[in-house]
Every structure is written in structure tokens, then in C-alpha cells.
Ligand binder design. Structure first.
Ligand code: ADP
Length: 262
């Protein structure tokens, strides 16, 4: 029997309240627990406003929990962490810097060795399929290419964990599908631990080892689905019977919510 592995990310009974300017409290998350193992790919799906982004921000140390705790590799998160890379829906690129120089920003902030950083930035641009585009400016690239550059930048300081908040939400459907497969390839060659927030059931199932389904606000993990579909996955994975039955199960949650909201 294999010994159980300590989760790399361990969210234990976390609650989060925000206080509005008028002094009222808003409960964003209640009793949220989630364990993510090293090198796992976990997707979070749930309705808007259920606290998904808040949870990612708390894991990154950008926000504090009102109660409960978040451990990374057994250590409580108490401030912004360097071993985490973040990718958001709209990549924030410095428009006056080339793509290469945007990717180099984390290395400059951390004052890393210049020659080694330059080599790594070139390697990462190659990894994300942007070899030869390093001297372009952000507004010369498509949305999908900019998001690839954002992924390269997030990997620049070689974080163990990549947190992605709706990274492909602003892309058209075809580009999004292509980016899903690209991300799988990048994940497989970089072997990071990934937590990705998405509204797309198909995206979640195609990418992840586990899908955490969030309840409407105040959010918590109402179901944690294993996705026992062999890797490497491809566009054909969507017709896998396990994929189809899991998609139906996930859709059931959201249809019930829509009916409830109506
Ligand atoms: P999701 O990512 O699931 O759409 P969020 O985590 O962005 O949800 O937000 C959860 C709830 O918390 C929302 O109602 C949002 O308005 C509220 N919220 C998020 N950040 C703040 C903040 N800094 N101050 C006050 N309320 C916030």
C-alpha cells in the first residue's frame, strides 16, 4: 500500500467575510475545505460570486481568511508567496515592453541572474509556443498569444504552484479549445500543481484530475469529483463515456441552481 501524500495545498474549514463600506458583512465563503496533492490539476467550478477568486487570492496570500487555515506544504499562508504563479482572465501586460521583457518582469523583481533569466525566458516562450515572438509588443499579439505569454511569465520564477482564474474566459470558443490542449501540454512538461477556476464544465473535465464544485454564495465545496480519464488527453477525450457521464453530473448541479434562481 502506498503511503498517503501530504497535500501541497490544504484549505481547512476556511471562512471569508468582507465588510462593506456601509459596515454590513458579506459572507463570501463558508466552511471551505480542499486538499490538492503535488502535481495535481484541480479545477474549481461554480456560479459567479461564490468565492472562487477569493479562495485563489487567499491561497496566494493576497487575502486573509476570516477563520480556518490554508497550508502550503504544511506551512500556514500568512503573506504573498513567491512559490506561486498567477494567471488572470485578462493578462496584465506592460504595453511599452516587448513580450520577452514582460516575461522577464518576475526575474527583475527578484533580481535573478540576468543571463540565466534570459535563457529561461526564451525556453518558456518556446514552451508556450511563442518562439520568435519575444520582440513583439503585447498589442501586436492575439488574445490567445497574450495569454500564452502570461503563462510563460507566471512560470518564470519556477513556482511550484500555478493558480489560474478563468484564464481563457475572454477568448473565443475555438481559441479556448486550442488553449486547453496547449495548457495540458505545458502542464505535462512543467509538472506544476495547478488550481484553475472556470465556468466551463468541459474545460474542467478535459483538464483536471479533480473538479471541486462550489455551492452558490456563501461558497463551499459541495462535491469533489475524480476525473479518472487516461492522459494524455485530446479533443477526442470529450467523447469518452466517463467524460460524458461526469459532464451530465456537473450540469445537474448548475441546472438545479438556474431553476432555483428562476
Ligand atoms: P467568484 O470568483 O466566484 O465570482 P468572488 O470571489 O470574486 O466570486 O467574490 C465572492 C463574493 O465576495 C462576491 O459577492 C464579491 O462581490 C465579494 N467580494 C469579493 N472581493 C471583495 C472585496 N474586496 N470587498 C468586498 N466584497 C468582495
Amino acid at each position: 500500500m502506498s503511503a498517503s501524500v501530504r497535500p501541497l495545498i490544504d484549505v481547512c474549514d476556511v471562512q471569508k467575510q468582507f465588510r462593506s463600506r456601509s459596515g454590513t458583512f458579506l459572507q463570501a465563503l463558508s466552511d471551505t475545505s480542499l486538499a490538492v496533492q503535488p502535481k495535481q490539476f484541480v479545477c474549481i467550478v461554480g456560479p459567479s460570486g461564490c468565492g472562487k477568486s477569493t479562495l485563489l487570492r487567499m491561497i496566494a496570500g493576497l487575502e486573509t481568511a476570516s477563520s480556518g487555515k490554508i497550508l502550503i506544504d504544511g506551512v500556514p499562508v500568512s503573506s504573498p508567496r513567491r512559490d506561486i504563479g498567477l494567471v488572470f482572465q485578462s493578462p496584465v501586460m506592460l504595453p511599452w515592453r516587448t513580450i520577452l521583457k514582460n516575461v522577464l518582469v518576475p526575474a527583475e523583481v527578484m533580481k535573478s541572474d540576468r543571463a540565466a533569466s534570459l535563457q529561461r525566458a526564451h525556453d518558456l516562450l518556446k514552451l508556450v509556443g511563442l518562439e520568435g515572438f519575444g520582440d513583439r509588443y503585447p498589442d501586436e499579439l492575439s488574445g490567445g498569444m497574450r495569454q500564452r505569454a502570461a503563462i510563460a511569465r507566471a512560470l518564470m520564477h519556477d513556482p511550484e504552484i500555478l493558480l489560474m482564474d478563468e484564464p481563457f474566459g475572454a477568448l473565443d470558443a475555438l481559441t479556448r479549445e486550442a488553449m486547453n490542449l496547449e495548457l495540458l501540454r505545458i502542464w505535462q512538461s512543467s509538472m506544476k500543481t495547478v488550481v484553475l477556476v472556470t465556468h466551463s464544465i468541459e474545460e474542467a473535465l478535459l483538464l483536471s484530475d479533480k473538479v471541486a464544485v462550489f455551492a452558490p454564495r456563501p461558497g463551499f465545496v459541495r462535491d469533489l469529483l475524480d476525473v479518472p480519464i487516461a492522459r494524455p488527453r485530446s479533443a477526442a477525450t470529450r467523447s469518452d463515456p466517463t467524460f460524458i457521464s461526469l459532464a451530465e453530473r456537473l450540469r445537474g448541479y448548475f441546472e438545479a441552481e438556474t431553476a432555483h434562481a428562476g
